[in-house]
Design a binder for this molecule. Structure first.
Ligand SMILES: Nc1ncnc2c1ncn2[C@@H]1O[C@H](COP(=O)(O)OP(=O)(O)OP(=O)(O)O)[C@@H](O)[C@H]1O
Ligand SMILES: [Mg+2]
Length: 410
């Protein structure tokens, strides 16, 4: 007997087709740029919009287009130090070469060196014939002995990746997901990317992250270290038509079908955020199985969403309690009940002056909790958290109706 049917939705992790949809134009652009080493890129978007999945799919496509491409995939959340990053770059470069060619003695030697037996390796460096490998081994020894600092080591690691790629006849792309995490290291790290990135011939960077003001400052502000260095790809919510087809096809794979208004409700509640489309799907599927239904109606979608909100409520509650000041919380509550709102109307509802909430509102935008739309109106970025918040214990505090103005008590 075959195993159980594969789950129709995958809410979590980096997904590939058929669980990954849309983003075609962006995939074409990034995969061609990676395959041809044509430019550095920044992929940005709000939380859970699908950045990491997008990077994975673009990498798969780039590898198909160029078999002589080494892609080093780094999650900056997992880096403990600048040295970790240098290690990953060197090991990633060599690992690719090891996959493509028969393992040579010096590769084993390299691995040994990086695992810590550098002194032992030192005696053998003379046997290493590849110039770039010899140099990076020496630099690791110098680092160990305090003659080179972490930044120096990282610079050499990037230069190694570039030079080794040219010696071995391939190109290297370094993916740095959650790049905003690098701000925990020295600010100089961004300057290093720029100086390496401007000169490298066989090395390109693809940065990705979701703290827009940090990214804005580092990449695109006039003072930004990476100003004019990276091209930008912004990922937004999934388009409605594609999402509808996706929902229908995934349900059909498990012999379910959905009524049109139910799908509309599903998409509206998800805000087109891919994670929520799939998270709601997961709940809809189990709800339908539980109720032994073949058709999904609006009521079932509502029940599934209630369940998702209940399950995520703990996370939402923890986030709202821990992360925000009292004013920020009140801004979120007002937006959850009344958004989208212009800043003056938001301030009025809080009985505050518009200028006095700018800083808190700015922080919420920076953290991508609030989105400023083109017409200058603000709304919560996360529609499910908004729906949850508007009914939560935080929502109990009274909110002044819009349109009445009162001076703040001194
Ligand atoms: N293109 C897509 N089509 C369908 N579903 C997707 C797509 N991209 C992402 N998803 C869904 O969203 C989930 C989160 O995706 P992913 O981890 O790639 O997002 P992210 O933007 O990197 O998130 P985070 O901000 O947490 O790093 C996936 O597990 C999947 O369920
Ligand atoms: Mg991610």
């Amino acid at each position: 007997m075959d195993g159980p049917a594969p789950a129709p939705f995958q809410p979590g992790g980096r997904v590939e087709p058929p669980y990954f949809i849309d983003r075609e134009a962006e995939l074409d652009e990034l995969s061609l740029a990676m395959a041809g080493l044509s430019a550095h890129y920044l992929v940005e978007g709000q939380r859970r919009v699908g950045k990491s999945s997008f990077l994975l799919n673009a990498s798969n496509r780039a590898r198909r287009e160029n078999s002589r491409l080494a892609i080093i995939d780094i999650d900056c959340l997992q880096l403990g130090s600048v040295r970790d990053l240098a290690d990953r770059i060197v090991q990633g470069t060599l690992a690719h070469y090891k996959d493509k060619h028969s393992v040579k003695g010096w590769l084993v030697l390299q691995a040994t060196a990086l695992e810590g037996a550098i002194r032992e390796a030192l005696g053998k460096i003379e046997k290493v014939t590849v110039k770039s490998v010899k140099r990076i081994l020496t630099v690791f020894v110098d680092f160990r002995e305090g003659r080179v600092d972490e930044m120096g080591l990282l610079r050499e690691a990037f230069e190694f990746a570039d030079r080794f790629a040219s010696e071995a006849g391939f190109g290297t792309v370094v993916l740095l997901d959650e790049v905003q995490e690098l701000t925990k290291f020295e600010g100089a790290i961004f300057g290093l990317f720029k100086s390496v990135g401007d000169r490298a011939k066989n090395l390109r960077f693809v940065f990705s992250g979701s703290a827009p003001r940090v990214l804005e400052r580092v990449f695109f502000g006039k003072a930004g270290a990476l100003y004019q260095m990276a091209l930008r790809i912004s990922l937004g919510p999934l388009p409605e038509g594609e999402t509808k087809r996706f929902i229908d096809a995934r349900l059909a794979a498990v012999a379910l079908r959905a009524e049109a208004p139910a799908v509309d409700r599903w998409i509206a509640l998800s805000g087109g955020i891919p994670f929520y489309v799939q998270r709601i799907g997961h709940a809809v599927y189990f709800q339908a199985m539980h109720e032994r239904r073949a058709a999904v109606d609006t009521g079932l979608v509502e029940r599934a969403c209630e369940q998702v909100m209940l399950q995520m409520g703990g996370d939402f509650d923890a986030r709202i309690s821990a992360k925000f000041s009292a004013t920020q919380r009140r801004i979120l509550v007002v937006l959850s009940k009344r958004g989208p709102l212009r800043r003056v109307d938001l301030a009025r509802a809080l009985a505050r002056k518009s200028t006095s909430i700018s800083e808190d509102l700015g922080k919420l935008v920076e953290w991508m909790e609030v989105v400023r739309e083109r017409r200058g109106v603000y709304r919560m970025a996360d529609p499910l958290m908004a729906a949850w918040l508007s009914q939560s214990r935080f929502a109990d505090q009274p909110v002044r109706p819009a349109g009445r103005r009162r001076r703040r008590p001194a």
